[in-house]
Design a protein around this ligand. Structure first.
Ligand code: CA
Length: 449
């Protein structure tokens, strides 16, 4: 391949935050904050409305993004699993095909990164302040705020990159992960504001999960003891304000980071030949259903923000509504790099979808499975399900099988389980068949957890 051909292959800059819910991005219609820099990607590129993770939790989603595989295929089903170093991954493919590759920030896959020319990662969850980073050949503690440091390292790497070859750079923020420690710039942000509450803040807890805003938050989460005498509804309202403000403060620093990185690309003349993606490893509950955290197959945790800019082929200000999955990212990036598909990957390339043309026979349903059954901190039961554009069917198979069905057109907030309602009997039958079809297709065996 000639040098000219190398130059035509796009750079891929993948920015991923941790636990950033789409409903805390103004381009997605946030009612509680503004993210002007992330919104630039929506204005100058495409916003995917229906991008979903296949297992809504950090480590498994990261493994699915890299390998293009469902959790049961790549072996990373829970937070306790590690990505096998010999796993096939998009980074290895790109590195093996002339791409310069780098991984900066939160990794959280238990083993050393493979397929990267350069990596500098947080150990485990990492720290918000003065974090230690691991890199080839050692570790070092840096002074400062994690989001700013990850941005600095990303810009440093970009400035030193070889302009004759394309790059694949993963910039992974720790923020806005629990325990939501704001950066110095935003400590007082929203201080005197009352942030709007979601409608379902006081909903009765589902499935006995321990992710309630208020009663299931620690003093570390809240950075203080709750006022004496507060309980139930009052405690939840108070804790929601503390929680959401810290969360949004963390988001604000991530938004600044995106702005700095986009500015650098634009100023260095790399705007047109760089695919920039912003996403999060999963969504998050911001008080909806009374919850924080993720894991459950409900919309807020299932949906990943996904925004992409590549002026050469993605129409500015466009919106994509196809069902896109985290297992698709690897193939999509290989496709942008002009490389073929890997038969071991479960996902499909959605490069064409991002151009505004839905691929023929594109999926009409997606399969989800949460494997980390009843962990001691969150008590979320294992479950699996199927989502289409209109409906979602979820099975909780443990302790007596329980089913839920949501009519997403009538009830986008999933406030009413219509599983037992006679008028939905046909939908239940159809989606039940589809669930089994998808389990067969992906080789999953859902009998037990
Ligand atoms: Ca996460």
């Amino acid at each position: 391949m000639s040098m000219m051909q190398y130059q035509r292959r796009p750079n891929i800059l993948f920015i991923m935050s941790d636990d950033h819910a789409a409903q805390a991005i103004s381009a997605y219609g946030s009612k509680i904050n503004k993210t002007p820099n992330i919104d630039r990607l929506a204005r100058e590129g495409v916003k995917a409305e229906n991008c979903f993770c296949t297992n809504s939790i950090c480590t498994p989603s990261r493994a699915s993004i890299l390998t293009g595989q469902y959790s049961h295929k790549n072996g990373v089903k829970t937070l306790n699993d590690k990505l096998a170093p010999e796993s096939r991954s998009v980074a290895k493919y790109l590195q093996g095909n002339q791409y310069q590759t780098a991984m900066i920030g939160k990794w959280h896959l238990g083993t050393e990164p493979q397929g990267f020319d350069f990596w500098r990662i947080l150990p485990g969850q990492g720290a918000y302040y003065d974090p230690v980073f691991l890199e080839q050949g050692g570790k070092k503690q840096y002074q400062g705020y994690c989001t700013d440091l990850i941005t600095d390292f990303t810009l440093d790497w970009l400035k030193g990159a070889d302009r004759e070859r394309p790059f694949f750079l993963m910039c992974h923020h720790k923020a806005p992960h629990r325990a939501w420690d704001p950066g110095p710039k935003y400590r007082d942000f929203l201080k005197d504001v009352l942030v709007a509450e979601p409608r379902s803040l006081h909903e009765a807890v589902r499935h006995g999960v321990k992710m309630r805003v208020g009663e299931d938050m620690t003093e570390r989460d809240l950075k203080q003891k709750p006022p004496a005498g507060l309980s139930g509804k009052g405690l939840r309202e108070w804790a929601y304000q503390v929680y959401i403000k810290d969360y949004l403060r963390c988001v604000q620093s991530v938004d600044d980071s995106v702005g700095r990185i986009l500015d650098y690309l634009d100023q260095s003349g790399q705007r047109d030949n760089t695919l920039v993606v912003y996403t999060s490893d999963q969504g998050f509950f911001l008080g909806e259903h009374g919850l924080y955290d993720k894991r459950l197959m409900y919309e807020e945790a299932l949906r990943m923000p996904f925004l992409a800019r590549y002026p050469q082929e993605i129409p500015a200000g466009s919106v994509n509504r196809d069902l896109l999955l985290n297992v698709d990212f690897a193939h999509t990036f290989l496709d942008f790099a002009g490389l073929g598909r890997d038969q071991y990957m479960d996902g499909e390339s959605f490069r064409t979808n991002l151009q505004g043309r839905t691929v023929d026979n594109w999926r009409k349903s997606m399969y989800y499975r949460y494997w980390m059954h009843d962990d001691p901190d969150h008590h979320v039961p294992g479950h699996y399900g199927v989502r289409t554009a209109e409906h979602k069917l979820i099975c909780f198979p443990m302790n007596g099988v329980k089913w839920e069905l949501y009519d997403l057109k009538q009830d986008p907030e999933e406030l009413r389980n219509v599983y037992g309602e006679p008028r939905y009997a046909d939908v239940v039958k159809r989606l039940g068949k589809e669930l089994i079809r998808l389990q067969h297709k992906y080789g999953d065996e859902p009998a037990h957890f």
